[in-house]
Design a protein. Structure first.
Length: 167
């Protein structure tokens, strides 16, 4: 018996699916095909993808490693992926979140620098350096903010795709 054939039979048993017919209905394949798959016929790639999607298992592991009761959890894709992604997004936003104190410090910093410019106690070289520093700080801050929004959009896409696949 081939590895994939073994894994199909093992998955059916580990998922407590009593009949090949019931397994076939879940993956939308006739039951006589399930019998063939469990006894030597290798399923088409779309059937393997269906198995992976319906049972939330890692397809790569399913076709390369023997499925047993002991390693079944390794094969499972997290059922709570959505919750974990939302936690990750929340943690990331908490790490990058601009707090009121940060805004106050930033405003004070820029205010002090601009006040020095207004008082005109800077020579031209210092003024250019100050503007270069302010520009560098602004660009670095803006880049981090853009990276955060890109990451947030990416996580939102993953979460919405995960939700859509569950429907």
């Amino acid at each position: 018996m081939d590895l994939i054939n073994h894994n199909i039979k093992a998955l059916r048993k580990l998922e407590n699916i009593k009949s090949q017919s019931e397994f076939g209905k879940i993956i939308q394949v006739p039951s006589h095909n399930i019998n063939k798959y469990e006894n030597g016929v290798i399923p088409k790639p779309e059937v393997l993808r269906s198995i992976a999607e319906q049972f939330k298992i890692n397809l790569h592991l399913f076709i390369t490693k023997e499925l047993t009761e002991e390693n079944f959890e390794q094969f499972k894709i997290e059922h709570n992926t959505e919750a974990k992604l939302e936690d990750l997004a929340s943690q990331s936003s908490n790490e990058i979140e601009i707090k009121r104190g940060d805004l106050d410090r930033m405003a004070t910093f820029f205010g002090d620098k601009l006040e020095r410019l207004e008082n005109d106690d800077l020579n031209e070289i210092d003024r250019k350096k100050l503007f270069a520093d302010l520009r560098a700080i602004f660009l670095a801050y803006n880049k981090k903010l853009e990276e955060f929004y890109v990451m947030q959009d990416h996580l939102a896409d993953i979460i919405s795709n995960d939700r859509a696949s569950r429907l």
